[in-house]
Design a protein around this ligand. Structure first.
Ligand code: MN
Length: 457
């Protein structure tokens, strides 16, 4: 089947141009002015912005955390993603310590295959390091896993400096890339013990026990290890100006560092934790925590300046009933926010309409850069002949209001409740099929697993 999207403005990382888009089957066959195709269904997209399908390189669907499981699995999470213009997610396969990478990969395939409505790939979590795991790495690449996740915090996940360094070296030899959660573990544990001992058990203790210098320390330590390993790394969910300074220092030494941040670190700040209502405060608990308004400003400026390459979400959703688990002890609050559905509209509203980013920059940080960094380019991340016909039709005039009631995610709150958007997503195409129309998710569970290549950013 052929479709001709006529009269719109096509956005790519290099800018926005007036052009028609011809879709033939699952792919784009032509982009240009005045296209005609007698055998195509013509769709009038006059006045619309056409973005390459957004890629969210940081989601957690169907993940067990804190003795519970995320509210969104691949069924609801992928539909929530599509509704927000995200046609590809890269989730994290997470074997437990003692399990093989292959076991973790197969487990995540069982969670996603036949359930996901959007296309998907997996990063592989390395939370254990030994010769068996080292020997498994080439098989991961053969199965389309080229990016890995490591932790400098969380005892259940972290592997320590020696093993992390060895893993960085091993992955470098294979052309892989690692994203690392950077927070200092030991000092945070000490601050938590101190807070609990002095009777500070509420959500306001969460940001106080994970202050930004402890992100900066871990970013700095990781980047020094990466310097010695002579390999680029990804700083995932950067939240603070202090952490950003460490990245600037490493780049000034000549290191290549890729940086991801999330809408919550640009648009929300830690005042939410100091609300009187437990339920109001606990819903924002995530790690790293939300920071100060000055951190939001610094990250926003860094994004505009091209110092931050990708905006993902760290979507990790829990219902308010699940968040209730920490009523007597903030460390028991399952950490994470829903976000996969609102990333595009928030980026457009707050940053593009807000005059911070151009449309082209938005396409770069939501689509093009994640496609390049995670080995999906040019199949994904661009509206061009030969690429998958993943297209977000954005109506810049159709302002809307974000509400939990109106969302597709399987959660009973939205961190941006009441936010007035500038424009909204009119429709979404996934590999040529109309996947979302006027807010209705039409796509079935036809998302494909994406075997990814090596990074090229
Ligand atoms: Mn995460």
């Amino acid at each position: 089947m052929k479709r001709l999207l006529k009269g719109g403005t096509v956005v790519s990382g290099s800018g926005a141009i007036r052009a028609d888009v011809l879709i033939d089957g699952e792919q784009i066959s032509a982009v240009g002015l005045g296209l005609e195709a007698a055998d195509a269904e013509t769709v009038d997209v006059g006045g619309m912005l056409l973005f390459p399908g957004f890629i969210d390189a940081h989601t957690h669907f169907d993940l067990d955390v804190c003795n519970t499981t995320t509210a969104d699995d691949f069924y609801t999470g992928s539909r929530s993603a599509l509704r927000g213009g995200t046609t590809t997610v890269i989730d994290f396969a997470c074997p437990n310590k003692g399990e093989s990478l292959q076991y973790g990969l197969e487990l995540w395939h069982r969670k996603a295959d036949g359930k996901s409505a959007c296309d998907y790939g997996f990063h592989m979590t390395i939370d254990d390091w030994n010769e068996d795991i080292r020997r498994e790495l080439p098989a991961m690449f053969d199965q389309g896993i080229t990016s890995f996740k490591m932790y400098l915090t969380y005892p259940a996940m972290m592997i320590g400096d020696q093993d992390l360094f060895s893993a960085l070296v091993a992955l470098k030899e294979l052309g892989g890339i690692s994203g690392v959660h950077c927070e200092n573990s030991g000092v945070i544990d000490a601050l938590i013990a101190e807070a609990l001992a002095s009777g500070q058990t509420g959500p306001e203790a969460h940001p106080q026990t994970r202050p930004s210098p402890l992100e900066a320390e871990a970013v700095g330590r990781l980047l020094r290890m990466a310097q010695v390993a002579d390999t680029p790394v990804v700083i995932v969910h950067l939240s603070s100006e202090a952490g950003l300074q460490e990245i600037r220092a490493a780049r000034a030494r000549g290191q290549k560092v890729f940086v991801e941040t999330c809408p919550q670190y640009l648009l929300l700040d830690d005042r939410v934790y100091f609300q009187e209502s437990y339920t109001q405060a606990a819903r924002y608990v995530c790690a790293p925590p939300l920071r100060k308004p000055a951190d939001c400003r610094a990250l926003t400026e860094a994004l505009a300046a091209g110092e931050i390459q990708t905006v993902s979400t760290d979507h990790c959703s829990f219902t308010l009933a699940q968040k209730d688990a920490g009523r007597d002890n903030f460390t028991k609050i399952p950490g994470g926010l829903p976000g996969v559905e609102t990333r595009g509209v928030l980026t457009y509203s707050a940053l593009v309409a807000g005059g911070v980013l151009s449309c082209g920059q938005m396409a770069r940080v939501l689509s093009e850069n994640p496609a390049k960094l995670y080995g999906l380019w040019p199949r994904k991340g661009v509206i061009a002949p030969g690429s998958d016909a993943d297209i977000v039709v954005y109506d810049p005039q159709a302002d809307s209001v974000i509400t939990a009631e109106g969302q597709t995610a399987n959660v009973d709150y939205n961190p941006y409740e009441g936010y007035r958007t500038t424009g909204s997503i009119r429709s979404v195409y996934l590999r040529g099929s109309l996947a979302v129309d006027q807010g209705n998710v039409l796509a079935g569970s036809h998302g494909q697993y994406l075997r990814r290549g090596r990074y090229q950013l």
